[in-house]
Design a protein around this ligand. Sequence first.
Ligand SMILES: Nc1ncnc2c1ncn2[C@@H]1O[C@H](COP(=O)(O)OP(=O)(O)OP(=O)(O)O)[C@@H](O)[C@H]1O
Ligand SMILES: [Mg+2]
Length: 349
Amino acid sequence: MAQVILKNLTKVFDNFTAVKNFSARVEDGKFITLLGPSGCGKTTTLRMIAGFIEPNVGEIIIGKEIVYRSKEFYVPPENRNIGMVFQSYAVWPHMNLLDNVSYPLKIRKISKKERYAKAAQVLEMVELEGMGQRYPHQLSGGEQQRVALARALIVDPYVMLLDEPLSNLDAKLREQMRFEIKELQKKTKVTIIYVTHDQAEAMAMSDEIIVMNKGEIQQIGKPEEIYENPANKFVANFIGLTNFIPCKVSEDRKYLIVKDGKGSKIEYVVSEKHKEEVILCVRLEDITLKPYDEEEMNGQVIRATYLGNLVDYLLQVGEITMRVQVKDRRFSTGDKVSLIVDKKKILLY
Ligand SMILES: Nc1ncnc2c1ncn2[C@@H]1O[C@H](COP(=O)(O)OP(=O)(O)OP(=O)(O)O)[C@@H](O)[C@H]1O
Ligand SMILES: [Mg+2]
């Protein structure tokens, strides 16, 4: 439907910079997700794109049209061809579904007949056909969520902005709705900018993810790039579960010497760009355990938590602790084990 280009968007509330120098390009028909911890500026960014918050500086282009440029242009929300689903999805309890869904057309002064006809269409699109006369309290949480989606779709948006649209749903329904939203996008070919702080949701749905922290972009990339090649420690920590292990590089640069008080060694060729002191990042699933072997890095199980598909082991390795998640259920609290780090998955910072 339309590309979205954001250039150097900055928003300062009083003295607090909520979003700083945000630049990104969302290609037509893509699904892009803003991912980051609470308060990092996701909603503020989305509301600037929608036109509900005016940036201090920057430029916003939707399709071919500039909708915002500092001190020159400001196109109001209703003229931006955008559908938005808000963070606390408000379906109005006193309105039936037809009125809920057709409300954006009412604001645009479209006749009742026309807007009800269109509402019936979008209700069908989200698989709520024939339910127009019902009230929200007669729907399940997932169905209410779809009403909010239908209301965003009714304006034939070029772009849909979805702010944590699934946060009120239980885990199973959330997962199901992920697929439904993706299907809806296939049908409508609408560009979607999605906000979540749930990384699994971001991974499953997005063509690209923008990781944010404290108002600033940390990394933009495909889900697998973000997961496998995090740009910095923040991203490595925020996405997935990661051990951060302080190490020294051996003089011949062929070993990492773990600062665990006993100098456990991991064979690993360290490139020249790293200093003598490094932080080894390795994900919980990229370490395997085997029975004690004095040649390897060793530790003792201090907690084994059964997670169903995996066991989460907390290990005392000399003076430090490490966590490992593996299918292997052989070990229990008190056991001495060896830890084998998958060298291909090692990241150094
Ligand atoms: N109108 C406002 N006035 C002052 N500060 C604000 C205003 N709106 C947001 N902020 C601040 O800006 C920061 C970013 O807020 P924002 O709502 O964008 O975060 P978020 O990433 O959406 O977080 P969450 O995941 O909790 O929804 C927060 O620290 C917030 O307190
Ligand atoms: Mg928010």
